[in-house]
Write a protein that binds this ligand. Structure first.
Ligand code: SAM
Length: 501
């Protein structure tokens, strides 16, 4: 049995003895062998020293260290010595790690390599090693635990350099390990993708990028397929990096749904400068959409925002639990349409849909929460992960629903022109742009979240108003996504998409 398989069986046996809550409390989700091998193959490239030292800081049953050893032993030119250091907090895993160490020693000996294995049962983050910043290892490979920590937690206090706001334990592992790699040694982590952006992880990114150059990123798009035996509701990313500070170069990107389609995952080389923001935040933007558009390129050329175009985005004012007396189960006199998320489609507003509570009384008491029946771009605030686009924006045109007012429920955002009105072309053009693949790729690149909130919309760079109007002029009142994309691409001459039109 291959040694990764051996470690996997041990890990599985251990996890099956745990309750779901126990498993969650220490983040004991084990890496399956194909992913361990995938990580190790690239984590060992360029490692050719005679003595190779390897750290797995959150070892579980040690599958990642096993995968690295397996890769090194497969080579024709093997090191003469491999030194493993495995940290694991859970004492119950000690016998499994010991068994693995025996197995690894034997496998190494059979290949003429001496292997030593130092197993430490304890909290890695509180260890002297983790706080030493001594570059001792050629390879660090990890699938760390994931959960939020209190700022007052001793582990957060021990690694304050990587803490801003509420820390996640995995960010502390990433940061602590970054400073333990020898020059030109390799660092490889599989984690949720939330560290790539957002201010909570800015301190982690600054620390990592001070010590490491990111060589490659692989994104698992499915929330479940990568850990096929455990249910993990996170998109995961694998990052490979070399211990040398940020330098010019390229980052190799790939994405797959899960483990099974790794072979089909196309590889893209993207200049580091296009991926890592050159500012204090050092946001790492993943180009995700088909063909891996270089997200950000087009946006950099646009300087407008909703504010500069004289537009505003607000959240639907009808909060159902506070407005019970106005919301009606079915139509009655004096009622006007109330739009919920279900009414908002990429192609426009569909109302009524024979849903309950899609009417709201229009009277003096409810007036403050109603909008004039005029032009708006109405957007869902949340999208299911499976949705083809992150943004669902529907053009709403004046008078297309009955009544002088309409109600928008709180899970919707709407864009309008304060003190004036959006024209038809502006409404259709802006909705088409927001629904486009270009904006979709942008939001997927900058955010792991399925929410596109009002703040993100306010920050979004937009093409000039004339371009949005031109897009609107090309389109019918309820364009399909394909029609909208075509109009956006042609009008904005989006370089990398033009070939496909
Ligand atoms: C996500 S599992 C991964 C295990 C293994 N590396 C793998 O890839 O299958 C994380 C492991 O880290 C251990 N762990 C959690 N907190 C730790 C800490 N502070 N120090 C060391 N190990 C820790 C957990 O007990 C668990 O076994």
């Amino acid at each position: 049995m291959p040694i990764t398989q051996f470690a996997h069986q041990n890990g599985k046996a251990f996890v099956s003895s745990l309750s779901k809550d126990e498993q969650k409390s220490l983040g004991q989700f084990m890496t399956p062998p194909p992913i361990a091998t995938f990580m190790a193959q690239r984590a060992t490239t360029g490692i050719f020293s005679d003595v190779v030292s390897i750290l797995e800081p959150s070892a579980g049953a040690g599958i990642l260290a096993a995968a690295v050893v397996q890769e090194l032993l497969r080579r024709e030119e093997r090191p003469s010595r491999i030194e493993l250091t495995l940290y694991e907090i859970d004492t119950r895993l000690k016998p499994y790690l010991r068994r693995l160490a025996d197995r690894l020693r034997r496998a190494a000996k059979d290949s003429g390599v001496t292997l030593s294995c130092h197993i430490v049962i304890g909290d890695f983050l509180l260890s002297a090693l983790a706080q030493s910043a001594r570059p001792e290892f050629d390879v660090c490979i990890a699938n760390p635990p994931y959960f939020k920590l209190n700022k007052a937690d001793p582990r957060a206090k021990a690694h304050t350099y990587a803490v801003y706001g509420q820390p996640n334990i995995y960010g502390l592992f990433q940061a602590a390990c970054a400073s333990l790699i020898k020059p030109t040694g390799r660092w490889c982590f599989i984690t949720p993708r939330s560290w790539l952006n957002g201010s909570y992880f800015a301190a982690v990114r600054r620390h990592l990028l001070h010590y490491l150059h990111i060589d490659a990123l692989h994104l698992f798009e499915s929330r479940q397929a990568h850990f096929y035996e455990d249910t993990i509701l996170q998109e995961a990313v694998i990052a490979w990096a070399t211990a040398q500070p940020l330098r010019a170069g390229e980052i190799a990107f790939s994405t797959s749904q899960g483990v099974l389609d790794l072979r089909d995952a196309e590889l893209f080389a993207i200049p580091t400068t296009e991926v890592i923001a050159n500012d204090d935040q050092m946001t790492i933007a993943i180009p995700v959409a088909a063909g891996a558009n270089h997200a950000g390129n087009d946006f950099e050329e646009w300087h407008d925002t909703l504010a500069t175009l004289g537009l505003k985005v607000s959240t639907g004012p009808v909060v159902p639990f506070r407005s019970k007396e106005f919301i009606l189960e079915s139509f009655a006199r004096g009622a006007v349409p109330l739009l919920w998320m279900q009414h908002v489609k990429h192609t426009g507003i569909r109302w009524p849909i024979q849903k309950k509570r899609e009417h709201i009384l229009s009277n003096a008491a409810s007036a403050w929460m109603l909008l004039r029946n005029t032009n708006y771009v109405v957007m869902r605030r949340f999208s299911p992960k499976e949705d083809i686009r992150r943004v669902t924006a529907a053009p709403y045109l004046a008078g297309s629903l009955p009544g002088e007012f309409i109600g928008l429920e709180n899970h919707l955002n709407y864009i309008y022109r304060p003190g004036g009105e959006l024209t038809r072309s502006e409404t259709i053009g802006l909705a088409a742009f927001l629904n486009s693949t270009v904006v979709d790729a942008h939001f997927r690149a900058v955010s792991g979240s399925t929410q596109v909130n009002a703040t993100e919309l306010r920050k979004l760079r937009l093409p000039p108003l004339e371009s949005l109007i031109a897009i609107g002029n090309l389109l019918p009142d309820t364009p399909t996504l394909a029609e909208a994309d075509h109009a956006v691409t042609v009008t904005l001459q989006i370089r990398h998409l033009l070939a496909a039109v």
